[in-house]
Design a binder for this molecule. Structure first.
Ligand code: NI
Length: 173
């Protein structure tokens, strides 16, 4: 956080099937894996293009989250399917060590191209919808601290462990 590329509006990818995009996807994947992240957006590795990827498979950082298949979205568009929003704690590889309670639309549709140029269209809810909204915010130059509505639920992960555990046990109950 603080690097100007993270605040830019990312450009649309014009040619999906290119060496540049293949290399970008490899670099994003390696970074996401190395940092044990759920998702990553191209601006986070210094490339202001509309590309995100995410995957949730028993990630120790998100023990309450359902698995999400590995997905690459190029030039994604999100449409909320209702006004309903839910809150949960989020972190970000570009804002290390911090967590905050962030409201997101509960149900969304997203459309994008996959790396072969085919159209992906999905309707998703809850954690999957949250991950997509977080990653696509990066393409608009928005970071999760910008969406904090309750400053008392914004802080260092190390200081908020109990708060987060308590919040999530209430969510399940
Ligand atoms: Ni992020």
């Amino acid at each position: 956080m603080g690097h100007p590329i993270l605040r830019q509006v990312a450009k649309e990818v014009e040619q999906v099937d290119s060496l540049q995009i293949k290399q970008l996807l490899t670099d994003m994947f390696d970074t996401m894996q190395a940092l044990n992240g759920v998702g990553i957006a191209a601006p986070q590795i210094g490339v202001p293009l509309q590309v995100v990827m995410f995957e949730v498979a028993d990630n120790p950082r998100y023990p309450h989250a359902k698995a999400i298949p590995f997905t690459v979205l190029i030039n994604p568009r999100i449409t909320p399917l209702s006004e309903e929003r839910t809150e949960d704690f989020e972190g970000c590889l570009s804002v290390p060590g911090l967590r905050a309670l962030i409201p997101r639309y509960r149900h969304i549709r997203y459309q994008a191209l996959d790396p072969s140029g085919a159209i992906i269209e999905r309707e998703v809810s809850d954690f999957h919808a949250r991950v997509v909204q977080h990653e696509c915010d990066h393409l608009k130059g928005i970071l999760f601290p910008d969406r904090v509505e309750k400053p008392e639920f914004f802080g260092f992960e190390s200081e908020m462990c109990e708060t987060i555990i308590e919040f999530r046990s209430k969510m399940k109950g």
